[in-house]
Design a protein around this ligand. Structure first.
Ligand code: K1U
Ligand code: ZN
Length: 170
């Protein structure tokens, strides 16, 4: 397994639309293993392939208390979303240190392949529903800060660029 570098906002590569996975083969299984290791090491509850600069439809999630229930979704598609919305605080490993409220469907049904290429259907609500929608946005090239006002987004962009310059100087 290997730790993968995570792209940081603002980075044009985060806006790439991911392509469907054609086969869950050894290459994709290695990507999944590396993404899980990277997510756990970063203390995240999810990670999309886009964030590690791989533009294929793969996400990994673990919202369990003991961090021992990995969920792998390959080629995920939302088949149903509730009319009910919920507002939650979101963060993103690609936008470190920034948390803000986003409104999303409260419950969803998703079809996907698992890490072995088997079809499965997931019914999600609460944090799992939030996380799946956040990660699926990444696969469409969308970062959660795009739900915020242009003023907030520009402040975040400026803060991230300043932090990047300071890291480069150190
Ligand atoms: O970068 C990512 O896509 C992972 C992201 C997932 C996520 C967190 C919160 C709401 C929606 C999606 C994270 O794991 S950020 C770090 C984190 O563990 C966290 C942050 C805020 C609330 C809960 C967890
Ligand atoms: Zn994210």
């Amino acid at each position: 397994m290997a730790l993968l570098p995570i792209l940081c906002y603002p980075d044009a590569r985060l806006h790439t639309v991911a392509k469907p996975v054609l086969a869950v083969d050894a290459r994709i299984r290695k990507l999944i293993d590396d993404m899980l290791e990277t997510m756990y090491e970063a203390n995240g509850i999810g990670l999309a392939a886009t964030q590690v600069d791989v533009h294929e439809r793969v996400i990994v999630i673990d919202v369990s208390e003991h961090r021992n229930e990995p969920l792998v979704l390959v080629n995920p598609e939302v088949t149903w979303a509730s009319q009910d919305q919920q507002v939650s605080d979101e963060g993103c490993l690609s936008v470190p240190g920034i948390y803000d409220e986003v409104e999303r469907a409260a419950a969803i049904k998703v079809s996907a392949l698992d890490g072995e290429g088997r079809s499965r259907t997931i019914e999600a609500e609460g944090m799992l529903a939030v996380c799946i929608q956040h990660e699926m946005d990444h696969l469409l090239g969308k970062v959660f800060v795009e739900y915020l006002s242009p003023l907030k987004r520009n402040r975040i962009k400026t803060k991230m660029l300043k932090a990047r310059r300071e890291t480069e100087r150190a």
